[in-house]
Design a binder for this molecule. Structure first.
Ligand code: PLP
Length: 420
């Protein structure tokens, strides 16, 4: 059995220690020695085996091919960053002028260029601010504007976001009281009007972004709420800045502000296609109150987020935009090409993709993919990189709508390997 120190001294494993650190390389060496002990590799193949077992980066997160047909998949990290955003993150990873005025040699407003990009993207917003995520944006708004007071909200909009986290609990954790009005399916302007008074901090309009109520329903628009007096905070969820014709039911920041919202909150990593972040857009005095609140410091975004948000806003359209807008004809062509090359192992199929928990519930996006034996699911998830599909009607479907066309070859190779 080759000794650990001898293996670690091999020039390739020594080079790997420069990029991965000693601990991860040593773990690969130990695993390779085990393979030798188990008879899975010969002693003189131990270094090769260790090299094959090295992780791609010093981080346990693995890049994954999202063939689920769910564009904004929370378990898969929501939106993939654009190459422009990745480049910006890499550049900002070093020392950076995030909070420094290079011309004057003084402290400067943190993230000013990212904030300027957001303000330019939504000119109707008098002021903008960025926090860690949309939940943080809501906590900051509730704390700064309604602590010890009431947030008036429709019973139809008391949403659970996911993983057991519920917006009502989040809002009440700030010391604000919820004043629930209306019923699950119907809430009228009069319901809100009766609840408004000296105790009102703000009226909250939450987009039910992960479910849909159909049938005998009525809800009150931001426009109507804005006639009542107290500020209206609109949680639009998905982060669309302008209307998206493909998703007619999905609210957007510009429209909510035009309709009279004093403050709009949204996520950065849903339909905006950027990093995890919370967008706050609205009246200058309200945004300034949030920005100056002590809690704002605890919710402040990292320089990497600032870099990624700005590049998402200023750079080319992010991958999510391509996923949403690719024609079904193009997807079908890709699926057929894959199926042709895989022969009997795969069949091109018409599928239905979705935006996902991030928005547009109920919207079906016509899509295409390949169907393979369901038994391949485990092996495809163990592929490098892992390919994640969804099981439908006893088969594993690999939906191409959220897949970068450059990854079709990865899917092809993964299925071929999994079939062996
Ligand atoms: C997703 C979502 C949230 C939570 O946003 P995070 O950025 O994940 O914190 C809150 N409200 C609505 C309406 C959402 O869709």
């Amino acid at each position: 059995m080759p000794r650990t120190d001898v293996m670690l001294a091999d020039h390739r494993l020594a080079a790997a220690q420069e990029s991965l650190g000693r601990g991860l390389v040593k773990a690969a060496v130990v695993a390779a020695q085990q393979r030798v002990r188990d008879g899975l590799a010969l002693p003189d193949e131990a270094v090769e085996a260790a090299l094959a077992l090295l992780p791609g980066t010093a981080c346990g997160l693995q890049p994954v091919v999202n063939a689920t047909g769910v564009l904004v998949h929370t378990n898969l990290g929501r939106a993939p960053l654009s190459p422009a955003a990745v480049a910006a993150v890499t550049a900002a990873a070093d020392y950076t002028d995030v909070e420094f005025d290079l011309a004057g040699g003084r402290r400067a407003r943190r993230g000013r260029t990212a904030l300027a990009a957001l303000a330019e993207a939504v000119p109707r917003a008098r002021a903008v601010h960025l926090v860690n995520n949309n939940a943080a944006a809501l906590v900051l708004a509730a704390t700064a504007l309604a602590r010890g007071k009431e947030i008036v909200i429709s019973r139809g909009e008391l949403v659970e976001i996911g993983d057991g986290f519920r917006l009502p609990d989040l809002l009440e954790s700030t010391g604000a009281r919820l004043r629930e009005v209306g019923t699950t399916n119907r809430t009228t302007l009069d319901d809100y009007a009766k609840a408004c008074g000296p105790e009102t901090g703000f009226l909250l309009k939450v987009h039910p972004s992960n479910f849909r109520i159909e049938g005998f329903t009525s809800e009150v628009s931001v426009e109507q709420l804005a006639t009542l007096g107290p500020p209206v905070v609109a949680d639009i969820g998905s982060g669309l800045l302008r209307p998206e014709p493909l998703l007619p039911g999905e609210p957007d920041a510009d429209t909510a502000l035009r309709q009279g919202a004093a403050l709009v909150t949204a996520s950065g990593d849903k339909l905006l296609g950027g990093p995890q972040a919370g967008l706050l857009l609205g009246d200058a005095d309200i945004v300034e109150r949030l920005r100056r609140h002590p809690l704002a410091r605890a919710l402040r975004v990292d320089k990497l987020t600032l870099a990624a948000i700005e590049a998402t806003l200023r750079g080319p359209r992010p991958p999510l935009h391509r996923s949403l807008h690719t024609s079904v004809a193009e997807l079908r062509e890709r699926a057929e090409r894959l199926a042709r090359r895989l022969g009997t192992r795969a069949e091109a199929v018409a599928t239905t993709a979705r935006v996902g928990g991030g928005g547009a519930p109920g919207v079906e996006l016509p899509s295409a993919g390949i169907a393979v034996d369901q038994e391949l699911a485990v092996r495809l998830r163990a592929n490098d990189p892992p390919v994640v599909g969804r099981v439908t009607d006893g088969r594993l479907v690999l939906d191409l709508r959220a897949v970068d066309p450059a990854q079709d070859e990865v899917i092809l190779a993964a299925v071929e390997r999994a079939c062996r």
